[in-house]
Design a protein around this ligand. Structure first.
Ligand SMILES: [Fe+2]
Ligand SMILES: [Fe+2]
Length: 199
């Protein structure tokens, strides 16, 4: 995939979204250096991650259906969640994306996924660490500190806080977000059921 082709797509996005994307690129570069992963690949994935973020709900649902992407009950109610999958498909079909790692990073950047590799984890958490998101995520400074030490721990904490906030507000929680949290929690060695309660 030609970075210039991705840049041209980004240049057509709303100014506020472009500014977010450029902040995410910088954070992704810093995290890539810190964790010893390919900096250029991380920057390109971050540059590409929100190519479909400006689409309307109707457009996202239409494109996702046309692309044969799975549309779950939560996606149908909150179609903006489809901007990762639709963006990944657009990059593959229209911008020559063949790097499966970047494809998955873009696809899962909103919910995360248990199968994300290091690049995908960097893009996921870099997107959340945009300082402009502090109002949505007041716990962002702690997550940032964790992200430079342990990506899994940062993602686990972020997903836990997100799931709690959403449940408290009576909102939908995407099943893949819960699956990812379960996978990270299970891998972290925390006791599964400390109280022993099963009912
Ligand atoms: Fe996004
Ligand atoms: Fe984003």
């Amino acid at each position: 995939m030609d970075p210039a082709a991705v840049q041209r797509r980004v240049d057509r996005l709303p100014a506020g979204l472009q500014a977010h994307i450029h902040r995410v690129v910088e954070i992704a570069r810093e995290l890539a250096v810190c964790h010893g992963i390919n900096q250029e690949q991380a920057a390109l994935a971050a540059l590409a991650h929100d190519v479909a973020r400006a689409m309307t709900d109707g457009e996202l649902l239409r494109r996702a259906a046309g692309m044969g992407l799975p549309i779950g009950v939560v996606d149908r109610r909150v179609p903006i969640l489809l901007h990762g999958p639709v963006g990944a498909e657009i990059l593959q079909q229209e911008a020559g994306l063949t790097d499966i790692s970047i494809y998955k990073a873009v696809y899962w950047h909103t919910t995360a996924n248990p199968d994300l590799d290091e690049l995908g984890k960097v893009v996921f958490i870099a997107d959340k660490l945009d300082p402009a998101k502090i109002d949505s995520y007041p716990y962002l400074p702690q997550i940032r500190q964790m992200a430079f030490q342990d990506l899994d721990r940062a993602i686990l904490h972020f997903l836990t806080r997100q799931a709690m906030d959403r449940l408290n507000r009576g909102e939908l929680v995407h099943p893949v977000m819960v699956e990812t949290r379960n996978a990270l929690l299970a891998a972290s060695g925390v006791p599964a059921n400390p109280t022993g309660a099963v009912e």
